[in-house]
Design a protein around this ligand. Structure first.
Ligand SMILES: [Zn+2]
Ligand SMILES: [Zn+2]
Length: 288
């Protein structure tokens, strides 16, 4: 698998001197499994990737969406393969209880928010709603989606190809005390505890013996908010340890975190982690 970090920020993009080295675009990971083109999330990092995919005449594109908060879908209206009549874009995401995935994307990409409606594109676009713990294959690639602890309906992905495993767990408050997803809370403490454990087990299943875990580590310990649905680097370190991960990538950086702060975070947690650890940098390329 060939992996390129196209966008590593959370919440919203930043273009400022403090973010030049780690990058300012929001969540997007490019993954090649042989000739199969996978993209995880469509934050603003997807824009330049789209132009490159057009240039190499890549027609089949599989877009795995963790959830539809803006920092994970906002780049999609600017994804050039939309306007390629030969392109076939399949968009996968955990199903919402009350709304089809197509309707959520349609709501973002229509007048007066955007000049070109998603219904008037040249590319063929198919939407695929996934269920919690659903596994499916794309050619030789095995993909599993597990629900994570984050507002709305949020899924992480486990991608297996050629004996290697990539796990993506963003956004998620992995060990947080509060249940944050739609329909999760019901006021019955015992049932809520079962759900909490289920969500933690889901994160461990996603990451189990992964060669690389890309994990939401938005907060520093002093900033932690229990209702926002994000983790801290120590949560990523703990998950990587419990799931026996080889390499941990800190991801979904807080937008105002400076390059100097990111370097300090990387250095600090590298000492605490049992596995190899690094902070994701926009443009970074890895091979599994
Ligand atoms: Zn996010
Ligand atoms: Zn989110």
């Amino acid at each position: 698998m060939e992996i390129t970090f196209r966008g590593v920020r959370g919440s919203y993009p930043v273009a400022a001197p403090h973010s030049v080295r780690y990058g300012g675009n929001t969540s997007c990971i490019e993954v090649w499994a042989g000739d199969t083109c996978l993209i995880i999330d469509a934050g603003t990092g997807i824009r330049t990737l789209g132009k490159e995919l057009i240039a190499r005449d890549q027609r089949d594109i599989h877009l795995l969406i963790s959830h539809t908060h803006w920092d994970h879908v906002q780049g999609f209206p600017h994804f050039a393969p939309q306007h390629d009549e030969n392109a076939h874009i399949r968009i996968y995401s955990l199903a919402h209880a009350d709304r089809a995935l197509a309707d959520i994307f349609r709501a973002q990409q229509q007048a007066p928010f955007h000049p070109v409606s998603i219904d008037n594109l040249e590319a063929r676009i198919d939407f695929i709603d996934l269920q919690d713990a659903q596994s499916f294959r794309i050619g030789e690639v095995q993909i599993t989606c597990h629900r994570l602890n984050h507002p709305s309906f949020t899924g992480g992905y486990r991608i297996e190809y050629g004996g290697k495993v990539l796990a993506y767990a963003s956004d998620a408050d992995i060990y947080g005390p509060n249940l944050l997803g739609d329909g999760m809370k019901n006021g019955a403490p015992e049932l809520e505890q079962v759900r909490r454990e289920h969500l933690q087990n889901s994160a461990r299943d996603l990451a189990h013996r992964a060669d690389l875990l890309i994990c939401d580590t938005f907060f520093l310990p002093g900033e932690y908010q229990p209702d926002w649905g994000h983790s801290r680097p120590e949560d990523g370190v703990r998950l990587a340890d419990e799931a026996q991960v080889q390499r941990l990538a800190l991801f979904h950086h807080e937008p105002h975190r400076s390059d100097e702060e990111m370097e300090a975070i990387e250095e600090r947690y590298r000492k605490e982690a049992l596995c190899d650890l690094f902070a994701s940098v926009e443009g970074m390329e890895l091979s599994l």
